[in-house]
Each structure stands twice: as C-alpha cells, then as structure tokens.
Design a binder for this molecule. Structure first.
Ligand code: DX5
Ligand code: ZN
Length: 213
C-alpha cells in the first residue's frame, strides 16, 4: 500500500524576521514543520538552537533535524523547547542505539538520518527502533541545492524492506524530484526553497502533495 504523502516545509528558507507569520501561512496545508539545526562543525553552517524552537508557534509537530556533533548533549533542551521529533545523524553518533533510546525515553519520535555518501548498512541495526529515516538528498548545510539522483536507490531499498516506516527525503525537492522520490518509496517530503521561494506557497505545497507517480 502506498503511504499518504506528508509535507514538511523547512523553515531554513523562511524569513526569520517574521518566522511565526511564515509558519502560519503554510501550516494549514502541511503535516510537520521541519527545523534544521546546524552547528558549524558537522556542517559548514550555523542556524538555530532551542531558544528559537521555543519561540515557534505551530499546531503541527516540530520535526527537528539535528545536524550537530554530540547530539546527546542537546536532545533534552530541544525536547523541552517543544521538539516533537528528533532526528540525529548516523555520522555524528558512536552509539546510535543509546542515543535513540535517549530520544524515546523523552517520549518524542526518533529519527535517524544519513548523508548522500553514507550507506544504508550503517543504520540497519536501528531501523526497527526508529519512527523515521531521513535520507539526505543533498550534502547537508544549505538550502537551495540540487537533488542528488543517486540517493533514489537507497530509498527504494529501504522501502522494499520497510512498508510502514516514514521515509523522509530532504534536499532539492521540487515538483520533479518529488515525483522521483515518491516513486522510489519516500512518503515525507521536506522542502525549503521550493515552498518558501514560491510566489504561491499554497499551490507549491499542493503540487508536492498531489504528486502523481
Ligand atoms: C539541508 C537541510 C534541508 C534544507 C532543504 O541541510 O537539511 O532541510 O533546508 O532545503 P531545500 O528544500 O531548499 O533543498
Ligand atoms: Zn533538514
């Protein structure tokens, strides 16, 4: 059965000067709000921390994507600031199982993410412990990059073995790449520049949501 498509706008491409207004504009049409947390170490960019997460007003789940080293030190702060999902990167964790348990013990959803160059094998042992797997389709760090087609194979392989899992694809999503990602088996589309850069954001979201494969 094909899972219904969820849309998670990435606020990285929103205007932070009026963040809650930007979120209010898109949230009636979306499913999660995607929050990109970057530390300037794991990725070459610095974005937001728990203080900003706390200031977000949204009825939707806050899907926090931690692109940071030593995520275990900050998970609790993000959860107490309102995060509903915490996704960590395989590349930053020595003991993935332990960190996933730490997230679950805080009663929020746990996700694991891998970069385009990281193999699915590295997360095989945790797939049945997480609520979502986030497949990066660009090298993490910035919005507005080009979708890397080579990740589609990982999405298909993951979907073939996990019918119920939320498979999130993040980076370079637009009408065309959304089609390819959904066809491969993704059911959650993160999109930043495509949504916040559109003149008509509502119709951009509708195009992603109604993607025909
Ligand atoms: C990249 C972030 C993405 C990014 C997506 O490191 O994880 O969530 O904001 O932006 P677009 O959709 O513009 O590629
Ligand atoms: Zn992200």
């Amino acid at each position: 059965m094909i899972k219904s498509i969820k849309i998670a706008p990435s606020i990285l491409s929103a205007d932070f000067g009026k963040l809650n207004q930007e979120i209010a504009e898109v949230e009636p049409y979306c499913d999660w709000i995607h929050v990109d947390v970057m530390d300037g170490h794991f990725v070459p960019n610095i974005t937001i921390g728990p203080v900003i997460v706390k200031s977000i007003k949204s009825k939707l789940p806050l899907d926090c994507h931690l692109m940071i080293e030593n995520p275990e030190k900050y998970i609790e702060a993000f959860v107490s600031s309102g995060a509903d999902h915490i996704t960590i990167h395989q590349e930053t964790c020595d003991d993935l199982l332990k960190i996933i348990k730490q997230i679950k013990d805080l009663k929020v959803k746990a996700g694991v993410s891998i970069n385009p160059a990281t193999s699915l094998k590295t997360i095989k042992h945790v797939i049945d412990k997480v609520d979502l797997v986030l497949i990066m389709s660009v090298n993490p760090g910035f919005g507005g990059q080009k979708f890397m087609l080579e990740v589609l194979e990982k999405i298909s392989e993951l979907r073939a073995q996990n019918t119920d899992l939320d498979i999130v694809v993040d980076g370079g999503i637009n009408e065309e790449t959304a089609k390819l990602a959904v066809k491969a088996g993704a059911n959650v589309l993160v999109a930043g520049s495509y949504i916040f850069g559109a003149k008509d954001r509502c119709s951009a979201i509708a195009k992603l949501k109604n993607v025909k494969i």
